[in-house]
Design a protein around this ligand. Structure first.
Ligand SMILES: Nc1ncnc2c1ncn2[C@@H]1O[C@H](COP(=O)(O)OP(=O)(O)OP(=O)(O)O)[C@@H](O)[C@H]1O
Ligand SMILES: [Mg+2]
Length: 403
């Protein structure tokens, strides 16, 4: 991203493309590098021209702007897609944003609006890349962030995040917080039997969001595990008020005040999730042994490589391992070219019972094989050596009616 801002214009109507080009031609910092007449062309041109910004129409023949945005943001997350839509395309617009578009403008855009939006999206993207490449000051004492992620839903992200957080709190005895960034359908509070009244969607409206005291006042206590919890909004629509800069601030504050921050995410490369991945010290990518998940995890790892994440920052976690799936751990590793760091066995009865009760199984059944694997992972991530005391727990298993 040096020199001029390279813009690709995508619209099926030649006049519209011409008008956009005219609006941009007198800006000395912007260069229109190409024009595409449909989504399919846009994907090909994106690949060949590597623009910084794409101005994307929604309704187009062959391939529409939403599909094209989704493909481009997966393959080239560094390209900022700005959607141009006519009034009343609200539903399409929402789809385009969740497909990875960075901003949108109503057609026909005014020259000022157009130039400002292009610059803003370009600058945001540049900052994001810089954040990834500037090393942190080594002397700054700060907590570690572990983000649990997958490109597939329902693979066990929340189960792992909650139980890993409880295991880390237990073995370290240090300040540990779990943040639920599955903002629309977060499950963390429920898995811990907590009923939040205030959540991250209320926190972001606080004027002094950068004050540790403010963030702290929104954290729930989970006395059984010693965890603090920042729950997801109570209703899916409340998620809209939370933006990636809020999350960046919240994670920075938590990192400065907690030893361990565990983040649960949703299965897409949206801005919020990207912030959690950018800020993570370690990304735990969860896969299972089915081909659909493996395909998506492989794509996800490719995206992470194109985002310049070091492979040492990523750990592959295999969940629900059983011998009789027709796909082995070796097949998985060979297919996605990444080693499995930790395998968690399938244990439907224990996992579902723990979820229904709202008690992490690492607390109720610390000696179960799945808990054992999670404790090992907790030791591995924190660097805390294993001791016999860990799995003896604090007698919670019996207290909670466990074996
Ligand atoms: N190791 C396991 N053994 C058996 N069942 C499991 C295991 N891990 C998770 N599950 C079950 O799989 C389902 C999905 O788990 P979970 O909600 O943790 O996944 P997720 O990736 O967070 O899903 P989502 O994408 O919806 O947020 C749940 O019913 C959970 O109880
Ligand atoms: Mg989940």
């Amino acid at each position: 991203m040096t020199g001029k801002i390279k813009v690709l214009v995508v619209d099926d109507i030649a006049d519209t493309r011409e008008n956009l080009r005219r609006l941009l031609q007198f800006d000395s910092e912007i260069e229109v590098v190409g024009e595409a007449a449909n989504g399919e062309e846009a994907v090909i041109f994106a690949r060949n021209l590597l623009p910084d910004i794409i101005l994307m129409d929604i309704n187009m023949p062959v391939m529409d702007g939403i599909q094209a945005t989704s493909k481009i943001s997966l393959e080239f997350p560094q390209i900022g897609v700005i959607i141009l839509s006519v009034q009343g395309e609200q539903e399409y617009l929402r789809k385009a944003m969740s497909a990875g578009a960075r901003d949108y403008l109503t057609k026909p855009p005014g020259s000022d609006d157009l130039l400002r939006t292009i610059r803003q999206v370009y600058e945001n993207e540049k900052l994001r890349l810089q954040m990834l490449t500037i090393p942190e000051e080594p002397q700054r004492k700060s907590g570690q962030i572990f983000s649990v992620f997958s490109t597939k839903g329902g693979v066990g992200k929340s189960t792992i995040a909650v139980n890993l957080a409880a295991a880390i709190a237990q073995i370290s005895g240090k300040k540990t917080v779990i943040v639920d960034l599955d903002l629309q359908f977060g499950d963390v509070a429920m898995l811990l039997d907590l009923v939040p009244r205030r959540t991250v969607s209320d926190l972001v409206s606080e004027p002094d969001l950068l004050e540790p005291k403010t963030v702290e006042s929104y954290l729930l206590n989970h006395p059984l595990s010693g965890l603090k919890v920042l729950p997801a909004p109570i209703r899916p629509e409340y998620a809209e008020v939370v933006h990636n800069n809020h999350i960046e601030n919240i994670l920075t504050v938590l990192k400065g005040n907690y030893d361990y921050v565990i983040v649960d995410t949703r299965q897409s490369f949206d801005d919020i999730t990207l912030t959690a991945l950018d800020q993570a010290d370690t990304i735990l990518v969860v896969s299972t042994l089915d081909v659909l998940t493996i395909k998506n995890v492989k794509l996800g790892l490719e995206v992470m490589a194109s985002l310049h994440y070091e492979s040492s920052k990523i750990k592959l976690i295999l969940n629900r391992e059983t011998a009789d799936m027709g796909v082995s751990v070796k097949d998985l590793e060979e297919s996605i070219k990444f080693p499995v760091s930790c395998s968690l066995p399938s244990d439907g009865k224990l996992v579902v019972m723990a979820a229904n009760r709202g008690t992490p199984f690492v607390i109720s059944e610390p000696k179960a094989p799945i808990s054992d694997s999670l404790f090992k992972l907790a030791h591995d991530l924190t660097g805390i050596p294993e001791t016999k005391k860990d799995k003896a727990g604090f007698g919670w298993g019996k207290l909670l009616g466990g074996k």
